[in-house]
Ligand binder design. Sequence first.
Ligand SMILES: Nc1ncnc2c1ncn2[C@@H]1O[C@H](COP(=O)(O)OP(=O)(O)O)[C@@H](O)[C@H]1O
Ligand SMILES: [Mg+2]
Length: 289
Amino acid sequence: MNVGILYSRIRKDEKLLLTELRERDHDVEKIDVRKLRLGVSTPNERFDGLDLVVDRCLATSRSLYATRFCESYGVPVVNSHETASICADKVQNSLALEEAGVPTPATTVAFTKEAALEAIEAFGYPCVLKPVVGSWGRLMAKIDSRDAAEAILEHKATLGHYEHKVFYVQEFVEKPGRDIRVVATDGEPVAAMVRSSDHWITNAAKGAETDVFELDAELEELVSRASDAVGGGLLGIDLMESDGGYTVHEVNHTVEFKALDSAVDVDVAAAVVDWLERTAEPDSVEVSA
Ligand SMILES: Nc1ncnc2c1ncn2[C@@H]1O[C@H](COP(=O)(O)OP(=O)(O)O)[C@@H](O)[C@H]1O
Ligand SMILES: [Mg+2]
């Protein structure tokens, strides 16, 4: 197949993907999103003849616009703009999970610091305040007291970009020092790991220790439902365990898999490319099946 990779920086994840694609003799077009000019009426010719585009943009804004242009140009893109827009925004993400009946931590959204303080007091302490757009555990706040709540709300309201004036308040989930990351393709788990840390934020990007994790049938079902809830695709599903059972706290759309790849025996890039091949040529797979 002729596959385009939309990127701004080739990280280890993209290297793994590119190596796998080239080993299988696919034609790969690396498209640096920083150099693109995307005409509304005149499609950019870099997209001509591509069977599939894989969005690996780092910046959420670029990812959202670039996927939208691909769709407008009639080029199949993973993940879809729809999936990207749900996953890029924690409010949309939570609503989609809730609407699909996927257990997710109790969350309240408020638009002023006064209303946010009321939401925080209603949850009690500790609770969590998250930026609605963000990743790698950045700018997450665990709020232990009313004093802390007032301080952080005032800082966000005064210093924050307008996105930080949307206050996303969540119950604190008493997880066992770890959370679970599953990479899945259209709801089918590729592999999973636990990320453990002494810190309450257990992102691999924050230095959490990773270890392989075997999914049981209940988790597999939850992963599939969480994937459907956001429209499917190549996704990173984050879950927490607690006395109340599993909750899915978010689904990620330009998922990094280097940490997972080194934590598990599965060749994650190979599984992803298998899925890209099936996605680009669904008919040929049906014929051979
Ligand atoms: N409600 C919560 N209760 C306890 N820990 C949480 C909660 N939400 C997030 N965390 C921890 O913080 C990490 C980052 O949160 P997440 O919502 O996944 O944001 P990001 O998009 O930055 O990865 C999670 O992996 C988990 O370890
Ligand atoms: Mg996360």
